[in-house]
Design a protein around this ligand. Sequence first.
Ligand code: FAD
Ligand code: SF4
Length: 514
Amino acid sequence: MRNLVLILGDQLDFESSAFDQFDVQQDKVVMIEAIEESTHVWSHKARTALFLSAMRHFADALRKKKIRVLYRALGADNDATLAHGLAATIVAERPQKLIVVEPGDRRVEAAITQLCDTHACPLAIRIDTHFLSSKADFARWAGKTKTLRMEFFYRDMRRKTGVLMEGHKDGAKPVGGEWNYDAKNRKSFGKGGPKDVPVPPVFAHDAITKEVLALVESQFASHPGTTANFNWPVTRHEALAALDDFVVNRLPQFGPHQDAMWTTMPFGWHALLSSSLNLKLISPREVVAKAESAYREGAIDLASAEGFIRQILGWREFIRGVYFLDGDALKRANHFDHQNKLPDWYWTGNTQMNCMRHVIAQTMQYGYAHHIQRLMITGMFGVTAEILPQALCDWYLAVYVDAVEWVELPNTAGMALFANGGRFTSKPYVASGAYVKRMSNYCSGCRYQPDVKTGANACPVTTLYWHFLDKHVETFAHNPRTALMVNNLLRLSDDERAAIRVEAKRMLNNLDAL
Ligand code: FAD
Ligand code: SF4
């Protein structure tokens, strides 16, 4: 054999650079379902099922193209680790070279590199052309700057790609004159709640998916979550259908509703495309192009189009750049030196805090929560409850169907937990229960009261928020983005602040009981 091409579970793309110069006569593909990928963090059953079903469908599609696929399956080969399965294949096939596209997890890249060294197998790691900005592009853009801001990166990406731009190349301006229309976005639903919530498309389970769901339920029976609601695209065909459905039925209202939360609404107007993008079933170029066309054809307004495109062209590319620039440091980062253990109820939802109970229950049912649920409910609590960042990072990597380390780690450690001290965020994302009350209906069904800071009904979100401000008052007073919060804190009397400290200490000492 000439080249052995390793396709990882999140590289399911026919256009991948892995297939450049692929010769069906001389080359083969290897795909490996390794137990470790579901156990190195205690993965949600739906996450494992999605990866396995999508991998098996992709292998079938490759075979239809006459590509020879060496497929090492769970249940049959039961490789403990990717390295184990790969070593067995290299020994059996003796390829002249192993080819792989840049893995989205440094742990996996290190394992492959080491294995090739051990077996004296030449290794070619190819650039992941799925992304619009390469690692090198991003490193050049970031330079030696200490603080990175997504907004400036995003504007460069708009200029570079011409997306939502008008006028000549050099003098091109953003369509509509502004780069960002968030002032028109991010509204709450008000007391009446959401109206006419669109229902996402249903993807019927074929024989492959049925087999995988049964395998996961038996092999990973004790793992968190359920596959009972499994409805994620597992093929490119399904992912394209999901994209079309989103653009027609949800994107028009995406902007105004993207931050709002409601107990009866797990998905709202969100795209539900992150898992398809991260598995590479669809590309960011085609997603952005669809959204831009919908705007240019008059089907959606500019605020929704721009707000959505910023997530893909801006945030998604930026986050990946940060991962490869700062990954090792991010894994260890703990700016506030938070050491609390993750409460057990993060895995069950068995807490009296209705906001947390609801978001965690939804997460366990679907392997999904939208951005604000991740950032301002489970993430924000992690900061103010002083939970060890690494414990929360493992949780986020385990429980979401779209979780791959390159995207999970910067979002969790960097954005939600401020563990890197604000390398790319200007302040910690923290708020009191008043924010949760405004943006959701969680508080109306809660045993706690969002505006109460101390006493039996004190809302932990609120108490721990004030305690966090109180504890870091010196630092936050000097940051223009947090100075207003500090002013509000300084309006409290010394007695009130002392009582908050006592209440917070009680809560922090027994997070499991909240
Ligand atoms: P929408 O809200 O409809 O957004 C559209 C698309 O924009 C998404 O599909 C996604 O591809 C992209 N996007 C939006 N925000 C981000 C972002 N901050 N980073 C990267 N891409 C973004 N996203 C993941 O894909 N995998 C993760 O493991 C992940 N972990 C997260 C952990 C935390 C603590 C936080 C705060 C965010 C995390 N995100 C992660 C980002 C974001 O929450 C999800 O991409 C989004 O909720 C996916 O749902 P959706 O497809 O309906 O997205
Ligand atoms: Fe969450 Fe507090 Fe509201 Fe309860 S009262 S739902 S704990 S913010």
